[in-house]
Design a protein around this ligand. Structure first.
Ligand code: HEM
Length: 202
């Protein structure tokens, strides 16, 4: 039976909107600094990148703590027994089943907010990639804290590599994330959920 579930309380909506906006600004200014895209003056791009990075990190701290305090973290918990099998089942659904109009193998309920693939990507991005982006970003903002050499390689080069690679992974995540958000009862349904807080089950 179709029902409305209140998945996205105000705190998540505020965090998500600010986080998405800062991510966009970071990607645009990052690409501008590295490849000269978008024709933004270099010193402006640097300042916008630094400020957005600081706002993003404050947002992250807020997300991290609020996830604990509100209990939203329970939706991210991975039960490792059989997890890869569930990932595979969800993958087969996205690549085959969905085109045959099959029902989702892990329908969303009050207890299950994310399907296994969403859970895996959200945990990887929010608890590995974003922290690495933030830590390497601060290290480049304060380069005096970076080790001069690690295994014979200049610390600044390694830090830059981590920052660029994780930034790239984060950008790819964002594109795939937006595409997958169009998969729902209607293409705009998930985006509406992030505005009014309610998810409409099928
Ligand atoms: C313009 C950019 C973005 C759009 C349009 C967008 C859209 C959405 C939508 C519609 C949802 C709800 C459906 C779902 O739970 O999957 C969602 C949830 C989520 N998004 Fe995004 N997103 C964007 C950027 C980002 C970025 C940059 C990140 C992380 C770096 C992110 C991380 C998340 C997470 C973790 C959730 C689940 C939050 C929770 O309920 O605990 N999103 N997003």
């Amino acid at each position: 039976m179709a029902q409305k579930i209140y998945y996205y309380p105000v705190w998540i909506r505020i965090w998500h909107a600010t986080n998405a906006l800062m991510f966009l600004l970071l990607i645009i200014t990052g690409l501008s600094m590295q490849y000269g895209l978008f024709k933004i003056r270099f010193d402006y791009a640097v300042s916008i990148h630094n400020v957005s990075g600081i706002v993003l990190s404050v947002c992250y701290l807020y997300y991290f703590m609020a996830n604990f305090i509100t209990g939203n973290l329970k939706y991210y918990r991975i039960k490792f027994k059989g997890f890869f099998k569930r990932l595979w089942v969800q993958f087969v659904y996205y690549t085959v089943g969905i085109f045959k109009n099959q029902m989702p193998p892990f329908p969303l309920t009050i207890k299950r907010k994310f399907n296994p693939l969403q859970k895996f990507t959200y945990v990887s991005v929010m608890y590995i990639i974003v922290p690495l982006i933030i830590i390497s970003g601060y290290a480049m903002l304060f380069p005096e804290i970076i080790y001069e050499k690690v295994l014979g390689i200049p610390g600044i080069v390694l830090t830059d590599l981590v920052h660029v690679c994780t930034g790239f992974i984060g950008s790819i995540f964002m594109i795939i994330h937006i595409y997958f958000c169009t998969i729902g009862s209607k293409p705009a349904a998930n985006f509406k959920s992030l505005v009014n807080g309610y998810h409409q089950t099928e």
